[in-house]
Design a binder for this molecule. Structure first.
Ligand SMILES: Nc1ncnc2c1ncn2[C@@H]1O[C@H](COP(=O)(O)OP(=O)(O)OP(=O)(O)O)[C@@H](O)[C@H]1O
Ligand SMILES: [Mg+2]
Length: 238
């Protein structure tokens, strides 16, 4: 693995009143130690996962609209305010990799068509494949070698079966190849990857947690085991 630590340089922050420093998890961040090849960011909507992931992508010089270093298409390349205050500690530094942002994936697919690079993505326009197929074709064709992959909710397009295939792909890329992953996810399937660090963004701070302690595991597991009672509870008139 390559990226060892993410540090927030508080001396570069003038005020905590505005985005992104007003987000509690960001405000309270000092250092994040990355000790495993796979790191997950998990937590409630709006807790700051994408903000931090995008800042890391920015510091990696990946296109913050999604893509790697060579995908310098203009569309929606947004400045990451947080990028200015983040320091990345590498050993060794890698420049290969990719930032996947589910929202702007469509534009990324158009860009690949525009530059005629379909060969690297399964030989067919990503637009001519279904959402899940094209995601998977990106994952299985483009991801290789010494690289760092930053993925924001990659499960969005994937069926449960494909999520399992994706786990196998992550396993192969971290064992047979030298890849590192940081993944923001809400998927209880992806989170179940063994040998990963899970950082929870809940309760206003970033803290390491166990799979079984995440809401994603607990709520899904409870729901599947007690669906009728659970639904009665949430539909009940007050
Ligand atoms: N460009 C922006 N300007 C101002 N506030 C923003 C901006 N982008 C995000 N926010 C706010 O920052 C907070 C964190 O957003 P972020 O997208 O990082 O959350 P998240 O943990 O990725 O959530 P989700 O699980 O829904 O994807 C939210 O309250 C959001 O409304
Ligand atoms: Mg997000």
């Amino acid at each position: 693995m390559f990226l060892k630590r993410v540090t927030l340089q508080h001396d570069r922050i003038a005020s905590y009143k505005e985005y992104p420093y007003s987000i509690p998890t960001i405000k309270h961040l000092d250092q994040l130690e990355l000790t495993k090849k796979v790191t997950f960011f998990v937590g409630e909507n709006g807790s700051g996962k994408s903000t931090l992931l995008e800042a890391i992508a920015d510091k990696c010089e990946f296109n913050t609209a999604g893509g790697g270093r060579n995908n310098a298409y203009d569309l929606e390349r947004s400045e990451s305010a947080l990028g200015n205050a983040i320091r990345l500690s590498w050993l060794p530094k890698v420049t290969n990799g990719f930032f996947l942002r589910a929202e702007s994936y469509y534009h990324f697919a158009s860009h690949i068509d525009d530059v005629g690079a379909q060969e690297g993505y399964g030989g067919r326009s990503l637009h001519e494949q279904s959402h899940g197929e094209s995601f998977f074709s990106l994952f299985s064709n483009r991801f290789k070698g010494k690289a760092i992959y930053l993925l924001d909710e990659p499960e969005a397009a994937l069926s449960p079966q494909r999520q399992l295939s994706f786990l196998k792909l992550i396993h192969d890329l971290t064992t047979k190849s030298d890849c590192q992953f940081i993944i923001a996810t809400h998927s209880p399937i992806l989170l179940g990857y063994p040998e990963a660090t899970i950082f929870s963004f809940d309760n206003g701070k970033i803290a390491e947690t166990e799979y079984e302690s995440t809401d994603h595991y607990q709520i899904t597991s409870y729901f599947l085991q007690n669906r009728e009672r659970f639904l009665q509870d949430i539909f009940r008139e007050d």
